[in-house]
Design a binder for this molecule. Structure first.
Ligand SMILES: O=CC(=O)O
Length: 325
């Protein structure tokens, strides 16, 4: 009988799915976020053929060197900025991710942040709880109806946000590397500066890469209207956080809604936590029972398919798969 392939599980795989995986693979447990190269001995590492992990696992050259038999690494996330993709592709390690199943959940948090900012809902809750209401009315806020929503990035999530914004009678504009035919009827393509200049709410939906790191900085913030809000449910480091804090303090923009930050978890002494015009969330875009289940189903299916020689549903470096076929 063929030996089952050894796989690292470094993600919250629920018991029923773990059982299914164990029928086909020999599971090696690595606590989520810990470096398998530090947790496992050399003999065990040498036998690892697959891995399912969160974005807290850095799949870099050092880890690839520590796992010389690795064939597939399956991210329990749509983002893959934890992976050195060039190094993985060079080593012919297939990288998988979980696109599609979390679009609605992330779009919901985007819309939620937009409403919290424009209607000041978080401060309104504190206002009532503190008894301040008994002393006077809550300050007026701003409508989003009829305003312009700008989307930086028009992928799957951006399109769901655009569709949702239509229900609020918003005008939706977007900027992408190129105009997207799938955005037709949903949003109007504009150039990048125009997006920053004309958006009343600007929402970020681009992946983190060497090119996008700090791509929203002082210059972009200064292009924005002083009444505009910036929302980020993508990755923290695409925004230069120091520049953003400065802009929020100076009133260059009206506020920000952030589900992601440069440092996560965000410490309570971060200047962001002291700013009244910021609404913060703990990187929870995809964090619902239903969506996380769909994500882990897909991540484990990708891993099992790849190891069984079947084309996984979602591959980041499909060229590795094609070269094998
Ligand atoms: O941040 C979450 C993801 O990339 O799936």
């Amino acid at each position: 009988m063929n030996q089952k392939p050894k796989v690292i599980v470094s993600a919250p795989v629920p018991p029923d799915l773990r059982e299914r995986l164990a029928e086909r693979c020999d599971i090696v447990e690595v606590p989520t976020g810990q470096n398998p190269a530090e947790v496992l001995g050399a003999d065990e590492r040498a036998q690892i053929e697959g891995m399912v992990c969160t974005v807290r696992t850095k799949v870099d050259q050092a880890l690839l060197d520590a796992l010389p038999a690795l064939k597939v690494s399956s991210n329990f996330a749509v983002g893959f900025d934890n992976v050195d993709l060039a190094a993985a592709t060079r080593r012919k390690v297939l990288i998988c991710n979980t696109p599609g199943v979390l679009d609605g959940a992330v779009a919901d948090v985007t819309i939620g942040l937009m409403l919290c900012l424009s209607r000041n809902l978080v401060a309104g809750d504190a206002f009532v709880r503190s008894g301040a209401w008994t002393k006077g009315a809550f300050p007026l806020t701003r409508d989003i109806r009829g305003k312009t929503l700008g989307l930086l990035g028009m992928g799957r999530i951006g399109r769901v946000v655009a569709r949702a914004a239509q229900a609020f009678d918003m005008k939706v504009i977007y900027h992408n590397r190129r105009e997207d035919p799938q955005a037709e009827g949903l949003a109007t393509y504009v150039d990048r500066d125009e997006l920053f200049k004309t958006s009343d709410v600007l929402s970020v939906h681009i992946p983190l890469s060497a090119e996008t790191r700090h791509s929203i900085g002082k210059r972009e913030l200064e292009l924005m209207k002083p009444t505009a809000y910036l929302i980020n449910t993508a990755r923290g480091p695409v925004i230069d956080e120091a520049a953003l804090i400065e802009a929020l303090r100076a009133g260059t923009i009206a506020g920000a809604g952030l589900d992601v930050m440069e440092q996560e978890p965000l410490p309570a002494d971060s200047p962001l936590c002291a700013l009244p015009n910021v609404v913060l969330q703990a990187h929870v875009g995809s964090a619902t029972h239903e969506t996380r289940r769909a994500m882990i189903d897909l991540a484990v299916a990708n891993l099992m398919d790849a190891l069984a020689g079947q084309k996984p549903k979602a591959m980041v470096n499909a060229e590795v798969w094609q070269a094998r076929a």
